[in-house]
Ligand binder design. Structure first.
Ligand SMILES: [Ca+2]
Ligand SMILES: [Ca+2]
Ligand SMILES: [Ca+2]
Ligand SMILES: [Ca+2]
Length: 305
């Protein structure tokens, strides 16, 4: 072996070693979003909170009756300090209690705020916010957006104000699941809802998150920039992200903030691929939801408004 060849081989060996060192000896991690969470629930870094949004796809007694699916949903919820969920469909209201019990089965203490059953037809849905009571405090009564005499929304947004317990980060979440066929009209109206939520909760940091149905045949995502102009808003989920379990790529699920939250956002946002993190086969993953959660991480101690 000549000198040059030997040097090349040594360099290659070192490269392999350094790769294994940075990955803790395992193969490269999947795109898991953030890997900084623990069994305690939410971000393992006390200076941050991890906020998510997840369409639970027809969550009711049928899904609540599947222990394996419930265990996975519980694991997903425990990944976040606070997660907005959509598509709870359960007239009896027991399945959400079952879900909370599944989440807390490991000894954590999550609670939830749930909205009323909404929808124009007999098919009603509820929104909810699940949060880790060790890190998040719900600071005022959650409410449903009052659209007055207009009927813009199939399911009017659900809004609540929170505070990070380990710091001074205060914020309001606006949870939305648009009607697919009306997605354009509903999304176009959302800035009005965010503005109302700002006044109503006296909070500059208003974070809108949910299943916007903001892609595909429902919505032309090139119009997103005129609805949420960058002079006022920050999109934490961009048009190129795929938030669906299906092989097609669609950015249905979104998180958007006012620029006031730039100081709080730590730069980590994306799609939480729980199927990869938990090594689920597609059959199991399909039983959980046809969506992936979206997430954004925030500092707890940099808020000025
Ligand atoms: Ca604030
Ligand atoms: Ca897209
Ligand atoms: Ca997809
Ligand atoms: Ca702020």
């Amino acid at each position: 072996m000549n000198g040059a060849k030997k040097a090349l081989m040594v360099a290659f060996a070192l490269l392999i070693l350094s790769c294994y060192a940075c990955e803790g000896g395992s193969p490269p991690a999947p795109d898991s979003g953030t890997t900084t969470t623990t069994a305690a629930g939410g971000s393992s870094d006390p200076s941050k909170v991890l906020i998510g949004s997840f369409n639970l796809q027809v969550f009711g007694v049928t899904k609540a009756g599947k222990p394996q699916v419930m265990a996975i949903l519980a694991q997903i919820i425990r990944h976040f300090d606070l997660i907005a969920v959509q598509e709870i469909r359960d007239a009896g209201g027991t399945s959400v209690i079952d879900l909370k019990n599944a989440v807390n089965s490991t000894g954590v203490s999550y609670d939830y705020e749930i909205g009323p059953r909404l929808g124009r037809t007999s098919s009603k849905e509820q929104y909810a916010f699940f949060y880790n009571t060790a890190t998040i405090e719900a600071t005022s009564g959650a409410y449903t957006f009052d659209e007055g005499s207009t009927d813009t929304f199939e399911r009017e947004p659900f809004i609540a104000h929170f505070k990070a317990k380990n710091g001074d980060f205060t914020f309001t979440l606006v949870d939305i699941h648009t009607k697919p066929e009306d997605a354009t009209a509903e999304i176009t109206f959302l800035p009005n809802v965010l503005s109302e939520a700002r006044t109503h909760t006296a909070e500059a940091d208003v974070i809108c998150l949910g299943d916007f149905n903001a892609d595909g045949s429902y919505f032309n995502e090139t119009s997103y920039s005129s609805i949420f102009p960058s002079s006022t808003f920050d999109w934490l989920i961009s048009n190129s992200q795929d938030t669906t379990q299906a092989s097609s790529s669609n950015t249905y699920d979104r998180i958007v903030t006012y620029l006031a939250s730039n100081e709080d956002f730590d730069g980590a946002a994306g799609v939480y691929r729980y199927d990869q993190v938990l090594s689920l086969g597609s059959t199991t993953a399909d039983q959980v939801s046809d969506h992936y959660p979206v997430y954004a991480e925030f500092w707890v101690g940099k808020d000025t408004d």
